[in-house]
Ligand binder design. Structure first.
Ligand SMILES: [Fe+2]
Length: 422
């Protein structure tokens, strides 16, 4: 493709190469961004977001491209810099985390790639040799223990391996899990004592196709519940209705049951809805109910409630979803899971808010005592803004907006990385 910039979008481009999704062609560094409003002085850190950005300007599918990180540094009430960098030579395009002082760019098909605070690539990171394969792009950091919990999948046995690293980043537990095949497991969940694996009827098909997934009616849909320090023999498998799960909202223990909120669909490449699944450890049975019928994806909760009971979730509603997986409009929504309310923040016509990151107020673990940080993209290809909302007043005007000097493509997952934890 000659030029995939949003300003030259044509009607024939696939969704992921046009409009707000179109890749950018350059790496840049811009200092001292223009800010409207007031950036809270105690927000000190970097917001970083990952996403596919093909170097050539063309890719066969949204997810099949080199990864690019976009970062905005907040300090002393100012937006000190914006940087974007390709993750050198790799497709680590899905998410970014920081654990034990190490910042990692992740994609589920590869081991992590370590990057610096300035978003420069260091290289592949394998936990000192302990990680023998790829790593999920959705590991969980336990807010109580500081542990990093994650899994690895492979086409050959064991198809699934569970890992737990301590707060210092050392792998202290590794357990192969016996599953019949490598399934499309994009996310998983943790509670205070358990981890949950989604072994669902979405398998890998023709690797040459843009989306190499296939649905298998004969493959049993099961969710495995495993004690955090357990092995294959400790897994309790729960039969669930055939489905696919894109992302976990959160999970927690409730007496003898485990409650999982997740973004779920009855088949692949279909609009998802928000469901609550409950696993009764006494009876061995699962139950399921719909929390919200809308396609509310990119769910995030306050980092202090990961694995514990949550009330709030921040989501991105995907509107006008198409069979090719594309969507052309998004709405930021904060959910109240006690009342069922789904409050929207209206960014106006032509805005495409991306995933919300939750930035706790330093020293507070209260769910509402936080800011919500996100990129707001423009469908017409205009420059992107970094927006800061008050979590407790989600629908109110932003606390601050930092104007980026350029467009950031609509991407995947972002994270607030406060200095205090570095
Ligand atoms: Fe994801």
């Amino acid at each position: 493709m000659e030029n995939a910039d949003a300003t030259t979008t044509t009607g024939s481009s696939p969704f992921h190469l046009a409009g707000a999704f179109a890749p950018v062609r350059e790496e840049r560094t811009d200092l001292d961004l223009e800010v409207l409003g007031e950036i809270p002085a105690d927000l000190r850190g970097t917001y970083v977001r990952n996403g596919p950005n093909p170097r050539s300007g063309w890719s066969p599918a949204w997810f099949a491209a080199e990864g690019m990180l976009h970062g905005v540094r907040l300090e002393d009430g100012r937006a000190r810099w914006y940087r974007n960098r390709w993750i050198a030579g790799t497709y680590a395009n899905t998410s970014v985390i920081r654990h034990a002082g190490r910042m990692l760019a992740l994609v589920e098909a590869m081991p992590p790639v370590e990057v610096t605070g300035d978003l420069e690539t260091v290289g592949t990171y394998d936990f000192g040799g302990a990680l023998g394969g790829p790593m999920t792009a959705h590991p969980k950091i336990c807010p109580r223990t500081g542990e990093l919990l994650f899994f690895s999948q492979g086409h050959s046995r064991p198809h699934l391996t569970y890992y737990r690293a301590d707060a210092a980043g050392r792998v202290v537990h590794r357990a192969p899990i016996d599953v019949p095949a490598m399934t499309f497991m994009h996310d998983f969940a943790i509670t205070e004592r358990y981890v949950l694996f989604y072994v669902l009827p979405v398998l890998f098909g023709d690797a040459r196709s843009a989306v190499p997934l296939r649905w298998d009616d004969d493959f049993p849909a099961r969710i495995g519940v495993l004690p955090r320090d357990g092995g294959n023999e400790d897994v309790r498998w729960f039969d669930v209705a055939p489905c696919t799960i894109s992302h976990t909202v959160n999970a927690f223990e409730d007496g003898n049951a485990i409650v999982l909120d997740a973004v779920r669909a009855p088949r692949i490449m279909a609009p998802h809805a928000l469901h609550r699944l409950t696993f009764d450890l006494a009876s061995g049975r699962a139950a399921e109910s719909e929390l919200d019928p809308r396609f509310l994806d990119f769910p995030r909760v306050h980092p202090a409630v990961v694995g514990a009971r949550h009330r709030r979730a921040y989501t991105t509603e995907l509107c006008d979803f198409r069979p090719d997986g594309g969507f052309s409009r998004t709405i930021a929504r904060r959910l109240d899971l006690e009342t069922g309310a789904a409050i929207a923040h209206d960014f106006g016509d032509g805005a495409m808010p991306g995933e919300c990151a939750v930035a706790p107020r330093p020293g507070s673990a209260a769910e509402d005592d936080a800011w919500v940080i996100l990129f707001v993209h423009r469908r017409d290809g205009a420059a992107t803004e970094l927006v800061i909302l008050d979590a407790a007043r989600f629908a109110s005007p932003p606390v601050a907006r930092a104007r980026l000097p350029c467009r950031v493509p609509f991407g995947l997952h972002g994270e607030w990385l406060p200095d205090a934890e570095a």
